[in-house]
Design a protein around this ligand. Structure first.
Ligand code: ZN
Length: 224
């Protein structure tokens, strides 16, 4: 805990004074442009990765960057998405998986979470990835299996995301785009899901067309 207290002292005395005006503005409200849903893994730090300032990113993290589909049982992530879309009016939602993800390893080897019934139950929301990989591949090494599970989980969670009525409505009017990314910790690389092509492509600076996971809008924003 001492490490945290010292860290906060550093923030108060070194960081805060340099951005006093920004924090004054943020004290009474936020208007982030994007919601970023990623894994709780301590190695994934969205604000660091994107050089983001306070107030820029609405971040939600859980084990396995999972979004349960629309259902009677409400989860924290689903409530946060509703708030982000309806109140904060974010224009983008990114679901971001990552390399060496413990949740994805457990998805491939359920015996790893036998003693953790809550984790095992939570990972049921990622079963879609396991089924897709199991039924479409064979003879994979552990690393290859993890590679595919991580990406198929992002695709599956994007599909769950679209079952939420607020998300479907905002996407239909062109007010919201969704994105599926995978972050490689060892190489500092990002891949994005290209729904048109049905594959992940490496994101590069200056890319003309950003790979999109959003279906075409069906209503113009003015008619919505
Ligand atoms: Zn993870």
């Amino acid at each position: 805990m001492k490490r945290l207290i010292h860290g906060f002292e550093h923030f108060r005395h070194e960081v805060f004074p340099q951005q006093r005006e920004l924090f004054k503005k943020l004290a009474s409200g936020q208007s982030p442009g994007a919601m970023f849903i990623t894994c709780a893994d301590s190695r994934v730090m969205p604000e660091l990765m994107f050089n983001a300032q306070p107030g820029e990113l609405f971040v939600y993290r859980n084990i396995g960057n999972i979004v349960p589909p629309y259902a009677q049982h409400v989860s924290g992530v689903v409530a946060a998405i509703e708030y982000a879309v309806r109140v904060l009016k974010v224009e983008h939602i990114v679901i971001c998986g990552h390399s060496d993800c413990g949740a994805m390893k457990a998805l491939g080897k359920p015996e790893l979470v036998r003693e953790m019934p809550s984790v095992a139950a939570w990972l049921k929301h990622a079963d879609v990835a396991r089924y897709v990989v199991e039924q479409n591949t064979s003879g994979l090494s552990d690393d290859e299996c993890l590679h595919y599970l991580t990406r198929e989980n992002v695709v599956g969670q994007l599909e769950h995301l679209r079952t939420l009525p607020v998300v479907a409505a905002a996407m239909a009017s062109g007010n919201l785009s969704i994105h599926g990314w995978v972050y490689d910790i060892a190489h500092a690389e990002l891949e994005a899901f290209d729904a048109q092509e049905g594959r992940f492509v490496t994101l590069k600076p200056g890319m003309e067309d950003l790979p999109e996971a959003t279906p075409h809008m069906r209503f113009s924003a003015s008619a919505a």
